[in-house]
Every structure is written in structure tokens, then in C-alpha cells.
Design a protein around this ligand. Structure first.
Ligand code: NDP
Length: 303
């Protein structure tokens, strides 16, 4: 079950049953196979239709993605997850895109159709569901401070605007990347007449409202040596809580500072679980059991 398959393995693929897979590079540490296989095992106990469903992992280099997608479609894999670096690369290589994923410009879930792959993005759903579950907050109606301007930040920003947050304040280390993101978001914000602002993380505007949700979508914190992406003490008004998309390590400098300030603070593990739940729902057509997915993700994190 832990085997890391390659493009060559795919060429020779003749496993019976319904196959699902995650593609990435690197992929060895992905939690997705354990999460999805745990849910499928439980679903099979209630419905024998799922008894031969398996979720695999493939190490696929960026250059090999077009060949891999074509082969996986021909071999009738029912569904795929995409992780770094494939989420944006695949966007122009699928037959159809879920309308909700279009403004994100990236897809993390593919569903087999006779005409080709249909692309979805479940990260925004995962974020909203995780914030509801762990911080008991809704994106709808909340002022949001978003850190980062990469792919995860874009998915988060689109979800905040789609759910009609009260206002969106985005900070990023590199101003040019922030400006590109703001330009992409402006039509969505204007359509909902939602205030949208960019700022330098070293100088947050004093008028960021009280009780904002702070969401870290930067990769600062993945390594122990990383600086915090933002100093929470610089906010003039107290935020409602801090959500860090990073889940490994389980506590970043940002989360440690939030805890020291007495703010509710959670890492990104619940987001990982909820984006996976949504993907499995797309492939199976029914809500999967979440507890085995949560247990599988939590167990591996500690090893
Ligand atoms: P990208 O590479 O697309 O973006 C990285 C972002 O982090 C950029 O905004 C970059 O800023 C910023 N950044 C990187 N290093 C630093 C630093 N030292 N200080 C300040 N800012 C920094 O990555 P993604 O958007 O794909 O992913 C971002 C994070 O979100 C990752 O940690 C990823 O693991 C996590 N994630 C978690 C998910 C979950 O389910 N929990 C789902 C998806 C992502 P700049 O523009 O200046 O380079």
C-alpha cells in the first residue's frame, strides 16, 4: 500500500478494481493514500461496491505530467489528486473545469469522464470546513487577513470572496506577487463589492477591523529555521483567531505566538482532511466517513 509508483509502473498497470491516485514530486510523504484507503476500507464494510477500490501514489516529474494524465485516463483511473508542482500545470490539460475552480487557476482533484478529466479544486472547501470545525468561525461575514500570494493563498482568497467575507486584507513578502494576485481577485471582489486590500506584512494598516481571521497560506514555517511570516503583535486590533495551513510541523512560530497572545490557533491538518473528504465525495458520489481519514492523517503525522 505504501509503494511509490512511477510512470513506468503506469505503462505496465493492469491492477483489477477501481483505482485512485495522488500525483506529485516529491510524493513519498503524502498523507493522502493513508487517509483515502482508511475511508474506503470503512465504506467497503457497508457497501461491497467499494471492496476493490484502492488509492495509490505516483512520483511524477513536471515534464511527465501530460503523458501521465493521458495514460491514467486510458487506464480508467476514476480519480486523481494533484499536489506540488502539478496543481497549476494541469489546469490547461483537462477536458473540463468545475466553474468554482476557474478563478483559482489551479486544480487538485480530477474526475474521469469519457471526454477526459474534469478538474476541481477542493482546497477552498477544505479551508472553510476546517475553520468552521476548529475555530467555530465562518468565512462569510468575517474580516480576513490572508498571508501569502501563492497557489494556496489564491484558493483561500477566492473562497473568502465567494463566501462573502466582510473584507479581505492580503500581505505578502514579494510585492510583485501580491499585486498579481490582487489584480486577479479584483473582478471577484468588485462583483460582491467586498473591500480588498494589499499590504506589507511589516506594516499592517491600522484600520484592519477587530476580530479578523488570520490565515497563513505562506510556506514560512515548513522548516524549523523559517521566520514567522507575520508578527501578530503588529495588529492594532485583536484578531479572532489564527489558522495556519501548515500541518507539519504541527506548531509553527506563528501558532506559538498566537498561543502566547491567548488567541485561538490551529494548524492545517483539518484542512487536509476536509479537502480529501470533498475529493472522495466527488469520486464516490456520497459523503465519506471522516473519522477514519482524521485518524489516518493524525497517526502518520506523529511518526
Ligand atoms: P507557493 O510556493 O505557491 O507560495 C508560497 C508563499 O509563501 C508565497 O506567498 C511566498 O512569498 C511565501 N513565502 C515563502 N517563504 C517565505 C518566507 N520565508 N517568509 C515569508 N513568506 C514566504 O506555495 P503554496 O501556496 O502551494 O503553499 C503554501 C503553504 O500552504 C504550504 O506550506 C503548503 O504546505 C500549505 N498548504 C496546505 C494545505 C492543507 O491542506 N493544509 C493545502 C495547500 C497548501 P513570495 O511571493 O514572497 O515568494
Amino acid at each position: 500500500m505504501d509503494t511509490v509508483f512511477t510512470l513506468q509502473d503506469l505503462r505496465d498497470w493492469n491492477r483489477p478494481g477501481t483505482s485512485l491516485a495522488v500525483l506529485g514530486h516529491p510524493i513519498k510523504h503524502s498523507l493522502s493514500p493513508a487517509m483515502h484507503n482508511a475511508a474506503l476500507a470503512e465504506m467497503a464494510r457497508a457497501d461491497p461496491r467499494f471492496a476493490d477500490w484502492r488509492y495509490h501514489r505516483f512520483d511524477i516529474l513536471p515534464d511527465a505530467l501530460p503523458d501521465a494524465l493521458e495514460l491514467l485516463h486510458r487506464k480508467k483511473f476514476l480519480g486523481l489528486n494533484l499536489t506540488v508542482p502539478h496543481k497549476t500545470l494541469a489546469f490547461d490539460r483537462v477536458a473540463g473545469i468545475d466553474p468554482a475552480a476557474r478563478p483559482v487557476g489551479a486544480i487538485n482533484t480530477l474526475h474521469w469522464t469519457p471526454a477526459g478529466w474534469r478538474g476541481h479544486n477542493t482546497d477552498g472547501h477544505g479551508l472553510a470546513a476546517a475553520i468552521r470545525e476548529t475555530l467555530a468561525r465562518e468565512l462569510a461575514g468575517a474580516p480576513v487577513v490572508l498571508l501569502g500570494a501563492g497557489g494556496a493563498a489564491r484558493a483561500a482568497a477566492v473562497e473568502c470572496l465567494r463566501r462573502r467575507c466582510a473584507s479581505l486584507w492580503i500581505a505578502n513578502r514579494t510585492r510583485a506577487h501580491l499585486d498579481t494576485l490582487l489584480a486577479a481577485l479584483r473582478p471577484l471582489a468588485a462583483a460582491g463589492t467586498i473591500p480588498l486590500h494589499g499590504f506589507d506584512p511589516a506594516a499592517p494598516p491600522a484600520d484592519i477591523p477587530v476580530a479578523a481571521l488570520v490565515i497563513n497560506a505562506t510556506s514560512a514555517g515548513l522548516r524549523d529555521s523559517d521566520p514567522a511570516p507575520f508578527d501578530l503583535a503588529r495588529l492594532a486590533r485583536r484578531p479572532a483567531g489564527v489558522f495556519d495551513m501548515i500541518y507539519n510541523p504541527p506548531q509553527t512560530r506563528l501558532l506559538a505566538q498566537a498561543a502566547a497572545l491567548g488567541l485561538p490557533a490551529v494548524n492545517g491538518l483539518a484542512m487536509l482532511v476536509h479537502q480529501g473528504v470533498r475529493a472522495l465525495e466527488i469520486w464516490t458520489g456520497q459523503p465519506p466517513p471522516i473519522e477514519p481519514m482524521r485518524r489516518a492523517a493524525g497517526k502518520i503525522r506523529q511518526t
